[in-house]
Design a protein around this ligand. Structure first.
Ligand SMILES: Cc1ncc(COP(=O)(O)O)c(C=O)c1O
Length: 371
């Protein structure tokens, strides 16, 4: 494909060219069936094979144990903000006694939104820890957990807007740990068993928007049935192979192609090394100059989303405009925080990050002179 740009958007993000090209073919005529993938029946054998293979490949890539269900749902991560309390609140047992609760660790904007949504469904959506500046994850020994044995702890393991990522600091707790991994799932190997539920919107590292992946330990199924909408009920969806209603078939197909591609690259170990390198190149460019700054504490600096500022904020418009001319797109920070941000998802090539780092050095040389 000619004339592709480097798209640093926080989502939807870049998709591997090989996947786009294969999709281009299959979207018109899938395996000589005379039908394109979006036209296949979600109950027919062609589509079922696509979805089953996607699940097999995802299990293989992430090392997902059998006791975890893998769900391909609609509604985005935002629907899961509600689904999490609706599945785990133990309503049948506890709402009548007014003690449904959960603990939220808030280290950025998305965690804040998740907590706010959960508060609609829980008697107490407790903020057990909140980073005052969203530049770090509060240390687990400072978390003020309610400690209810029937509760859960929710954490956003990569904060897309603030660029704060949790690495090996996940504690072992005796309540379920739920993780929103929307913006760093599949970016490196993780131990799935450290978490009870993992969810992620697809439009960053998995594929196109419209698909949400949920990986949930079945031991928590059935806690809360009364009042839980069927489409959000993990057990109901698992019992129906994610097809209680029509699943996002084309998005699942494309996710399956991405999983195959990641396996061809060598799996998540290799992908993680590639991502380490890309992040290093960009943080080196930021740290190597007084003109650029990233406020996140070094041990929590995200390898996927890198917010940064210029010494002179008035130059941000010129930075984005000139970057665009170099094929470097979507470098604006989130509308809620401003500044600049580069998202380095899996499909962002190494050359894209080098091109950005070179541009930054050049921009500073031309525009960053003291007055
Ligand atoms: C960490 C995180 N959680 C949740 C969301 C919301 O996802 P969706 O738009 O799929 O509902 C996003 C979107 O960017 C995100 O980055």
């Amino acid at each position: 494909m000619e004339e592709r740009v480097y798209n640093f958007s926080a989502g939807p993000g870049m998709i591997y060219e090989q996947v786009l090209e294969q999709t281009q073919e299959d979207v018109v005529n899938f395996r000589q069936s005379g039908m394109g993938v979006p036209e296949l029946s979600h109950r027919g054998s062609d589509y079922l094979e696509i979805q089953n293979q996607a699940e097999v490949d995802l299990r293989d890539l992430m090392g997902i144990p059998d006791e975890y269900a893998v769900l391909f749902l609609q509604g985005g991560a935002t629907a899961q903000f509600a689904a999490v309390p609706l599945n785990l609140r133990g309503e049948d047992k506890f709402v009548s006694e007014n003690v449904s609760s959960a603990d939220y660790i808030v280290n950025g904007e998305w965690g804040k939104k998740a907590q706010k949504e959960a508060a609609k469904f829980l008697v107490d959506a407790n903020i057990a820890a909140q980073a005052d500046t969203f530049t770090y994850v509060p240390s687990p020994d400072t978390w003020k957990l309610r400690g209810d044995k029937d509760s859960y702890v929710h954490i956003t393991t990569n904060e897309t807007i603030n660029g704060v990522e949790l690495f090996d600091q996940v504690p072992v707790l005796d309540v379920p740990i739920v993780a929103d991994m929307s913006s760093h799932i599949l970016s490196r190997p993780i131990n799935v068993e450290q978490f009870d539920v993992i969810y992620a919107g697809a439009q960053k590292n998995i594929g196109p928007a419209g698909l949400t992946v949920v990986i949930a330990n079945r031991r928590w199924f059935g806690l809360s049935r009364r009042g839980t909408p069927s489409v959000l009920d993990w057990e109901v969806q698992a019992n129906n192979d994610s097809a209680l209603n029509t699943p996002p078939t084309l998005a699942v197909y494309m996710a399956g192609q991405v999983f195959k591609h990641l396996k061809r690259l060598g799996g998540l170990e290799t992908v993680g090394q590639l991502n380490d390198h890309k992040a290093q190149v960009l943080y080196d460019a930021i740290d190597g100059s007084d003109f650029y700054a990233n406020p996140v504490q070094p041990e929590f600096r995200s390898k996927m989303n890198v917010p940064f500022t210029l010494a002179d904020a008035a130059l941000e418009g010129a930075f984005k405009q000139q970057a665009k001319k170099h094929g470097l797109l979507n470098l604006g920070g989130h509308r809620s925080v401003g500044g600049l941000r580069a998202s380095l998802y899996n499909a962002m090539p190494d050359e894209g990050v080098h091109a950005l780092a070179d541009f930054m050095i050049d921009f500073e040389r031309r525009e960053g002179k003291p007055n």
